[in-house]
Design a protein. Structure first.
Length: 156
């Protein structure tokens, strides 16, 4: 009997903690997201990935442009954002079970996107996975060896 009680006592934490799913609305709809940088050499399965490399160096013109891009994810599955002077809209969905994400029907206010604006939209369109919380969000394509990182902007 002692062994049974010991066994149950040891298994109880496993039964009650399990795998916790993300609250996608808490993460995605937590405010205005600003692009931080894009990274290569990402090891998606590691919690702390210290080997990835930023694509845009600090104080570069491209990083300054990327940092001006924002996106807001609405609870109804729509999104809206800015690419500097241009706007865009679309739809988003995320599945907390496998942390998959999808951005569809991305529609910029101008048909002739180029440069960093075009790259940002393509990175959103190609994103298949997410990780993060309500302050930092990373979006990766199918390969999960690169990502774009966003951070929540708090306007006071």
């Amino acid at each position: 009997m002692k062994r049974l009680i010991y066994f149950i006592f040891m298994l109880a934490p496993l039964l009650f903690c399990g795998c916790q799913e993300d609250d996608v609305f808490e993460i995605f709809t937590s405010g205005t997201w600003r692009a931080v940088n894009c990274y290569t050499g990402v090891d998606w399965d590691k919690t702390y990935d210290n080997h990835s490399k930023a694509i845009y160096p600090p104080n570069s013109k491209n990083l300054e442009i990327l940092n001006s891009f924002t996106v807001v994810f609405n609870e109804d599955g729509t999104l809206e954002g800015s690419l500097g002077t241009q706007r865009f809209t679309g739809k988003w969905s995320a599945d907390p079970k496998d942390r998959s994400v999808s951005f569809t029907q991305l529609s910029p206010s101008s048909d002739n996107l180029s440069g960093m604006s075009k790259e940002f939209i393509q990175r959103l369109e190609n994103a298949r996975y997410y990780r993060g919380d309500s302050k930092t969000l990373q979006l990766a394509p199918e390969s999960r060896t690169s990502c774009i990182q966003l951070t929540t902007r708090h306007d006071n």
